[in-house]
Design a protein around this ligand. Structure first.
Ligand SMILES: Nc1nc2c(c(=O)[nH]1)N[C@H]1C(S)=C(S)[C@@H](COP(=O)(O)O)O[C@H]1N2
Ligand SMILES: [Mo]
Length: 553
């Protein structure tokens, strides 16, 4: 095919990279706007989420651990929220980088091949990328509010337009307007004109991109803000349970040392860990819990049916992520409400050959739960409320499972189906190298050494209150001990816990002694088993080691 412009005038790969970058930034802004407007797929996050599922467990664990270490080392704030922001930045940066590389590659291709219509070739290649993006987004994409067809058309069309625009820019740069390509060979002055024309074009191109990027981002953010305000307004009538009710241990004589964390974690401050760059959005109108497999009567339950057919049960639960470092913030306590899992299963009629439940979630996450535990432990529930309010989308709306004594990785959020199966298999994180059992480990933490907060004068001695938490899953805490420097272990006072599966607040009034000190804490489980003092990293079975805090006084 004869090129319609001169090869030696063709723009280079550097210009291609620039054009690719500008177009990609614009496209991401439009994707963002469309996501906020109509829940159309946001391709950068979909690609990132797919990658997180495909990469080997070691690589993902290394990435997560590095991120948690950096966040803690630089004190960047609350771990899980910062980590999510980090993931989102990586997704956006990766997408932009891909756009730059693709722009360069397209220009290199067109320089070598010089098609008659780079626009058409670009559109076809872009649509090809769209197909890849769609394939990658399957099962992780959040296009739940829009019809899948509309979502697919949007991804294909927008990427085809991306390619066509890259092609158009290539032609426009290869074939400068006005004086045209002929002058390009006619001496320096003319070549200068070409260069000038190119520069003008690129400046206008960059300007237009900047307008699209800023416009898309600002509009998208405004829509998001308005929606959040609407949501707050809709919820404003609904108070959390804790706003109107005292905690069951309110009268306990042991008061937390000032500076100890809240005994009940405000839901908005509860850590959030999952395999998604943004909370999964489930449409409650179409959502059903499907119960099938080895049962006599497969069930499909709506959220209302789960709420009304079964007597709600409540339990104060401390949830912890297996990735939580010693004294980390990936742990929280709230009041869970749900339907008893055993009762719901009885309605479906379990067959004798069933030994496990495969619990699957809307994001493709899944876990296997032994039926023996379900039938034994009446606390197991299908939870739909935290602190009296429907689960937040980040915490699993509409439904999540509660399985006492097990780390969060065993407890799917956004549940869509429960299947009774005849054998155990590896769940999502087990298949990626984490502990098979993932039993919560005993841990104790010093939250506060209340030096400047409160000094108790009693028996002529000055006492400084120390306090924090101790937790051992569903196994309870029988003792917490504190050591000052290399001294003897001293018993702390224990506040009555909120439940048999919540953390315990402890307090120790330290007889003040001036100087620099190191405080260490340890606990014993309900049956006297000591907390593991040897240090181990979170992977693969959860962190162990004693928490120590140094202070200068
Ligand atoms: N569907 C789904 N459920 C999930 C996860 C997930 O990635 N997807 N992550 C699990 C992990 S690792 C933890 S620690 C808990 C965290 O629950 P939270 O975010 O409500 O604190 O959710 C669990 N349930
Ligand atoms: Mo986790």
């Amino acid at each position: 095919m004869r090129p319609s412009f001169r090869l030696d005038a063709s723009p280079g790969v550097g210009v291609g990279a620039l054009v690719g970058g500008l177009l990609t930034a614009s496209l991401m802004a439009l994707w963002y706007l469309a996501f906020q407007l109509a829940m159309l797929p946001f391709v950068p996050f979909d690609l990132f989420d797919r990658m997180a599922r495909l990469l080997p467990g070691d690589v993902v664990a290394f990435g997560v651990e590095s991120m948690v270490s950096v966040i803690r080392a630089l004190a960047l704030g609350e771990t899980s929220g910062t980590a999510k922001a980090g993931e989102q930045l990586m997704a956006l940066g990766g997408c932009l980088a891909a756009g730059i590389v693709l722009g360069a590659a397209f220009f290199a291709l067109w320089r070598a091949r010089a098609p008659r219509s780079p626009e058409r070739v670009g559109a076809v290649l872009g649509a090809g990328l769209g197909l890849l993006a769609l394939a990658a987004g399957r099962g992780v994409s959040q296009e739940l509010a829009a019809s899948p067809l509309v979502g697919a058309a949007w991804v294909l069309g927008s990427l085809a337009a991306w390619g066509a625009l890259a092609g158009w820019a290539f032609r426009r740069l290869a074939q400068p307007a006005a004086q045209g390509a002929e002058v390009a060979e006619a001496g320096t002055e003319a070549a200068d004109l070409v260069r000038l024309d190119r520069r003008r074009f690129l400046i206008r191109f960059g300007g237009a991109s900047a307008v699209v990027v800023v416009g898309g981002a600002v509009l998208g953010a405004q829509i998001k803000r308005r929606r959040e305000l609407d949501m707050t307004a809709a919820l404003s009538g609904a108070e959390p349970w804790s706003a109107a009710n005292p905690l069951p241990n309110a009268g306990d004589a042991v008061m937390p040392a000032p500076g100890t964390r809240a005994e009940l974690t405000p839901v908005g401050q509860h850590y959030r860990i999952d395999i998604n760059t943004r909370p999964v959005v489930v449409d409650p109108n179409t959502w059903r819990l499907k119960i099938g497999g080895l049962v006599d009567r497969p069930l499909e339950l709506t959220l209302d049916e789960l709420r009304t057919r079964y007597e709600p049960q409540h339990h104060f639960v401390t949830l912890e992520c297996i990735s939580n470092p010693v004294a980390g913030d990936l742990i929280g306590t709230t009041r869970w409400t749900g339907a008893n899992l055993g009762t719901v299963l009885a309605d479906a009629g379990l067959q004798p050959s069933a030994t496990h439940l495969k619990v699957t979630a809307a994001d493709g996450f899944y876990e296997y739960v032994p039926l023996a535990d379900v039938l034994d432990d009446k606390r197991m529930m299908l939870a739909y409320a935290w602190d009296g309010l429907p689960l937040a989308s980040g915490h699993g709306f509409p439904l999540r499972i509660y399985w006492p004594d097990h780390f969060g990785m065993k407890q799917p959020k956004w549940i869509t189906s429960i299947e009774a199966v005849p054998a155990w298999e590896q769940g999502y994180w087990v298949a990626r190298g984490w502990d098979k059992e993932a039993r919560m480990l005993a841990t104790s933490v010093i939250d506060t050494v209340g030096v400047d907060m409160m000094i108790i004068e009693a028996d002529q001695a000055t006492r400084v209150p120390l306090g924090g938490i101790a937790f051992a899953g569903a196994r309870g805490i029988s003792k917490v001990e504190v050591r000052i420097d290399d001294g003897a272990w001293q018993s702390a006072e224990l506040r009555r816990p909120l439940s048999d599966t919540s953390w315990v607040l402890w307090r120790y009034d330290w007889p003040f002694a001036a100087g620099k000190h190191t405080f260490t804490v340890r606990c014993l489980e309900g049956d006297g088993t000591p907390q593991i003092a040897a240090e181990a990293p979170p992977r693969p079975s959860g962190a162990t080691g004693l928490h120590a805090k140094g202070t200068m006084m």
